[in-house]
Write a protein that binds this ligand. Structure first.
Ligand code: FE
Ligand code: FE
Ligand code: ZN
Length: 163
């Protein structure tokens, strides 16, 4: 019978694989963005995401499990959709709005996933893992909030007035 620990390890493996995919995906979006502040925010989250790969390794170590990745169907789908939107809206005034939307969908998914992982780590008595996962959760929430601010301080209007 599968247990909460199995569920935790499956989800952890999916996040570990996903963060590595996000590290590969973000440079394409940074290139596609035309708003310098959005590019800077994405660049900042790229560095944070590289740190998250390392933090997840620490999570595995803290519970005495070898780090391993598992392909996450949802995140690979979200990343593919983001890449498609960036190419569909190339040269459009809505390019930055399209990128923000794609990124926010991915951040919201991460917020849900890390929220669960954090709660499960607590329940399973993995205190150090819970702290590390909460650190990632907070960074994902901050990244999402920064994107909302960028959308509201120009990137969405830019898409509207040029219509
Ligand atoms: Fe992340
Ligand atoms: Fe993220
Ligand atoms: Zn902007």
């Amino acid at each position: 019978m599968k247990t909460l620990k199995d569920l935790f390890l499956d989800e952890l493996a999916e996040r570990y694989d996903s963060e590595q995919r996000i590290v590969k995906a973000l440079p394409k979006l940074i290139k596609a963005a035309t708003c310098p502040q959005l590019q800077a925010a994405l660049q900042n989250h790229l560095v944070e995401t590289q740190g998250q790969v390392a933090t997840l390794k620490e999570v595995f170590t803290s519970i005495g499990v070898k780090a391993k990745g598992k392909k996450c169907k949802s995140m690979t789908g979200l990343l593919a959709a983001g890449e498609a939107a960036a190419s569909d809206f190339k040269d459009s005034p809505a390019i930055n709005a399209a990128i923000i939307s794609a990124r926010q969908k991915a951040e919201h998914y991460e917020i849900a996933a890390y929220g669960c992982l954090h709660e499960w780590a607590d329940l399973l008595g993995y205190g150090e893992a819970a702290d590390l996962l909460e650190e990632i959760l907070l960074a994902e929430k901050e990244a999402d909030e920064k994107l909302t601010i960028l959308a509201r301080t120009g990137d969405n209007e830019m898409a509207v007035i040029s219509d």
